[in-house]
Write a protein that binds this ligand. Structure first.
Ligand code: NAG
Ligand code: NAG
Length: 186
């Protein structure tokens, strides 16, 4: 019995110490919302058009680093994009949204992009909703997987992933068409 009392006292002391320590730096507060439980998984399929040259480019190189020009992977280049998303691979196919944001060449050895953009949907059930894509895109790989970290509208509390596959790449113009399969729990 005495041992139990001692143990209880000891735990209470530990607890008190823990609370004092944690309160100094952080504390847990009552969550303002109930925990959100995803209800459905949505699969989106579309083509992303990265138009870097021609009469109407949808990308702009906004910065380069001191070594970008001599780097085989264009390290340090930052590009802002407003790329169309279409149902089919042709640019004339129905536009369902835009990919707005940026990518940066962030790998010194191979061609690897840091990407951060919003998929802004403009057609159908998801018109007005967005999904935020953030991750690493090793563009030379056959399939590149990137996280969907959040969303708005229909995709509020959204989480998921995107898989990108180059559909066509024109080595003369630098323009690319990329097939996207996106899965979002929301
Ligand atoms: C890189 O090349 C471009 C175009 O050839 C040139 O305008 C720019 O000044 C160069 N930048 C650096 C940092 O050398
Ligand atoms: C590739 O781009 C060049 C330059 O814009 C263009 O003349 C050519 O038709 C394009 N090739 C294909 C297969 O689209």
């Amino acid at each position: 019995m005495a041992r139990h009392v001692l143990l209880a006292l000891f735990s209470a002391l530990l607890l008190a110490t823990a609370i004092t320590t944690s309160e100094a730096f952080s504390r847990t507060v009552k969550a303002p919302y109930q925990a959100h439980k995803p209800k459905k998984l949505t699969h989106l399929h579309f083509y992303f058009h990265d138009i870097v040259s021609g009469a109407k480019p949808t990308t702009a190189i906004v910065a380069v680093g001191p070594a970008t020009n001599t780097s085989a992977s264009a390290f340090g280049m930052v590009v802002v994009i407003d790329d169309p998303l279409t149902v089919g691979p042709e640019i004339t196919s129905e536009e369902v949204g835009r990919a707005q944001g940026m990518y940066a060449s962030a790998d010194q050895k191979s061609f690897g992009l840091f990407v951060a953009f919003n998929l802004m949907f403009t057609k159908g059930e998801f018109a007005g909703s967005t999904a935020s894509l953030y991750g690493r895109n090793p563009v030379m790989s056959k399939v590149r997987e990137m996280p969907i970290i959040a969303g708005t509208g229909a995709f509020r509390f959204g989480r998921g992933y995107a898989q990108a596959r180059t559909f066509t790449f024109n080595t003369t113009s630098g323009n690319a068409v990329v097939e996207y399969n996106v899965y979002i729990w929301h």
